[in-house]
Each structure stands twice: as C-alpha cells, then as structure tokens.
Design a protein around this ligand. Sequence first.
Ligand code: ZN
Length: 401
Amino acid sequence: MLKIISGLLLLVAAFNCAAHQPHEGIQHEPEGISDTLINVIRPTEDRIADLLQIEIATQPQQTLLLLSTEVPPAHAMRLSWKPQQSLDGLHLPTPVLVVNGATEGPVLCLTAAIHGDELNGIEIVRRILHNLDPENLSGVVIGVPIVNLQGFHRSSRYLTDRRDLNRYFPGDPYGSSAARIAHSFFHEVINHCHFLVDLHTGSAYRTNLPQIRGNLHHPEVAAFAHLFGIPVILHSEGTEGMLRHAAVNAGIPSVTLEAGKSQTLQESAVQYGVKSILTLLNNLNMIENKHVPVELESVYYQSAWIRVDHGGILSSHVQLGEKITKNKILGVVTDPITNNRSEIISPYNGQIIGMAVDQVVMPGFAGFHIGIQEVEKKISIADDISRRPQTNPLIRTAESE
Ligand SMILES: [Zn+2]
C-alpha cells in the first residue's frame, strides 16, 4: 500500500487515460488531448500504483548484470563506469554504487553531479546507498554520485571542453566528446533503470527551494512526482538533451530533484533530499519505512524568472519558499556609485521557488523564480479548450538543470 494522503491538487487530465504497461515505453496522450492542461483531483493511491505497477514483492530477487559485473541478490557493490573519453591508461573510472535487494522489485536510479559543481546530490546519493540494507530491500538501487567527474575535479558545472553534459543525452557514439560520454552513460547505466531521479541544485549563485521537476504531461511522470512527499512540484517539459528528457523518451519515468545551490554542501538540503528519497523508496514498496508524514503539495504549471532592469547590488526582501502576492517588492538593486535604487516587483501571485543570493547584478540578470499561482478551476476533459489555462508565451523559464 502506498502511504500517501490525498489532497485537492492540480494535475493533468492524462490520469483519465486507460492503464497500460509501464517500462515498455511511456504512453503519449492521444492527439487532441495532449494540451488538456486542467485542474483535476490528485490521482488516488490505487491510480498511482496502477500507472507505475507498484506491487508487493513476493519473489526472491535475481542476480543483476550491470557493467559486465554480476551482482548477486542481497548484495551491495561498487562498480565503475568508464566513458572511454580519456587517454588510454588515464581512464577516469566513475564509481557506480549498486544495492541489489533480497526480493524482486523495480530498479531505481539516482544520478548526481551531472553538473560537476553541484555537491548536495553527491552527499544525498552517498547517504542513501551506504545506508540501505540489501536484506531488507525489494528491487535495486543504482547510485552514481558524480556523473561528471571532469567537472567535479575542477569545481565546474561543465566538461573540460566547456560543454554542458546535460544537453547531450541520449548521446551519440560518433558525436562530440560530450555526446560520446552521454551515449556511453545512457546505454551502460540508464537503460537498466525503471525509474530515474536526477539530482541538481541552482546554478550560478542561485538557490532552489527543494522541488520536483518533471514533464507532468506524461501520466507516469506525474504519478512518480507525487511519491517524494516534497511540497513543490513544478511542471517543466525539460529541453532536448537533458538526461530526464531522454530517459522519459526511452520509457523511464524520470524527474529532477532540485535542492539548494551549487559550489557548497548544505546540510539542510541534503537532509531534505535523503528524506525525500526514503519516502520514494517507501512509496515504491522497496523498503519498509516508518510512517512518513506527507505535506500537502502545490503543483505549478507555470513559472517565471523575474529579471532586474538596473545593475547594482541586489538585496532580497523575500525568502526561499515564501508565498507572495502580485506587486510585492522582491528586492532592491542599488547602484553603488550613483546610489540610485530600483525595486523588483512581482507581477504574479505565487511562491518563490528559486532566487539569486545577494550579489552584484547587471541588467537582465534573473533574480527570482516564481511558481505562478493559477486560479483553481475544475474543468472536465470535455470542456471547451478556450477555457483551459494556457501557457503564457511571454513566460520564459531559465532552465538551470
Ligand atoms: Zn544542475
């Protein structure tokens, strides 16, 4: 049984679609219903379990073959993945932690530091993988704490050729260095996953409220997003080349878990992430956990970065997670030479889900990321499309994943 409480939430009509077989390709909504973005009641526990094929394990687990290594049931091992993108003899093997449970179940993959300077996820993966008891696990957890070792060694988001690895999945064996690394990782590791959580933080001196991001147009992804007990879920289709985007295209329900900022290790974000993954494992029936309290979630279908129009020193007047109303002063930018002050005003009702830390900024700098509160409406799937909430083309989300 899932341990989730129900609540009135925004979700896609896609939950009304007929059930199908997950893990064999995510079902795309039929033509004509794909943009039915409406507010409906959150799916029931049974509906989520049905979509994701969550069952109680009864059979003993099999030996897992991963990266040319056999991992017996009820065993934890450290394997390594070699992208073969370095000089012969200077291979940089990337650790892959595996816990194969005693009973059957899904394969959950956790990936971190695809951006080499995002440290919180590394510690989240370490704590989860090293504290799992194989005897009391159903299924498999595969954890890759540092996907981008090249960037990690240089405290950099990027690969050594300045490319962003998270724009090259599922990769190309004959493409650029980044495309070849992505191809190797995707085919040797990610193809084994039934579910994927990619861990990220804010980039470039910005910090993110803990949140799940996923393409909620996919029924399985939307169902999966509700299993973490994280109170903020943001609809984001993701861009071509992102790991979660490519994984969803390959039939693997995938989300991003964002928490905190880059270049630093934040204990509160790490603890939050660990608690969320344990909640997920519990809800997937992979571990038997204590009762996990679930907070009521907010689902945002739209979000926008509010940019500053004047350069100077940014000082914020709001905090991460704060609920805000339209016309609220989010912060002030003061020119250190002229002493001119300009206020940054919120054009929306919503919640601060990401923000810049106080710093010197230039005009156009994205300062505050707002999850936009929509007027809650209940519309049936048959209603006129003109009455449905539409995506505002003027809203641009600065993708940081
Ligand atoms: Zn990232």
